[in-house]
Design a protein around this ligand. Structure first.
Ligand SMILES: [Zn+2]
Ligand SMILES: [Zn+2]
Length: 183
């Protein structure tokens, strides 16, 4: 959603609050099926305060609850993401800063409008956990039968040697047997 801040940038002292209900499409993260947890109506509270002409201090706060598959067993896991942002937005009418680093805050602005969704997606990406696990010691799925090893012991032999190695293993086994004086 594009938030039009043209009036904010013009009027020093102006203060605006806005409740934004984000909706993220399914699997907004590459290759991972993650989405807002069903039944969630999250709200991000935006506040814009114009500190001086062309400068708006933005704060955004809220809690988002996503659901994403466990990296090992694919069970859906709750992923809470907390948004707590404070950023200075610099509008096009502000005098150009000498320090290029200060201009970073304008990257989500186009003219006077702020792309709220793009801004939030970036924050979510930064806050997203490196690993999604249903529990610290998740045993994952059996590579042979696909069973969830947290739920049952399938008893599969998960040692799958390279077929080319199998022949060599046979030789080793024979050698072992020969050495052991078979009856
Ligand atoms: Zn798991
Ligand atoms: Zn198995």
């Amino acid at each position: 959603m594009q938030l039009d801040l043209s009036e904010n940038f013009r009027k020093p002292g102006k203060e605006t609050t806005l409740s934004y209900e984000p909706e993220f499409s399914e699997s907004f993260r590459d290759g991972t099926a993650c989405s807002l947890k069903a039944g969630q109506k999250p709200v991000i509270e935006f506040r814009f305060v114009t500190t001086e002409k062309g400068h708006v201090l933005m704060t955004a706060k809220g809690e988002l609850l996503f659901e994403a598959p466990c990296d090992r067993c694919l069970t859906p896991v709750d992923v809470p993401i907390r948004i707590d942002l404070e950023r200075e937005l610099t509008g096009p009418e502000a005098e150009k800063s000498e320090d290029p680093e200060e201009d970073e805050s304008t990257e989500d602005l186009e003219g006077h409008s702020l792309d709220a969704e793009a801004l939030l997606l970036k924050e979510i990406s930064l806050a997203w956990p490196m690993k999604i696990l249903c529990r610290e010691d998740c045993k994952g799925l059996c590579p042979v039968c696909g069973a969830n090893r947290n739920e049952k012991q399938c008893g599969c032999d998960t040692f799958v040697p390279d077929p080319r190695m199998a022949g060599i293993m046979d030789l080793f086994n024979q050698a072992g047997n020969n050495g052991k004086a078979v009856e």
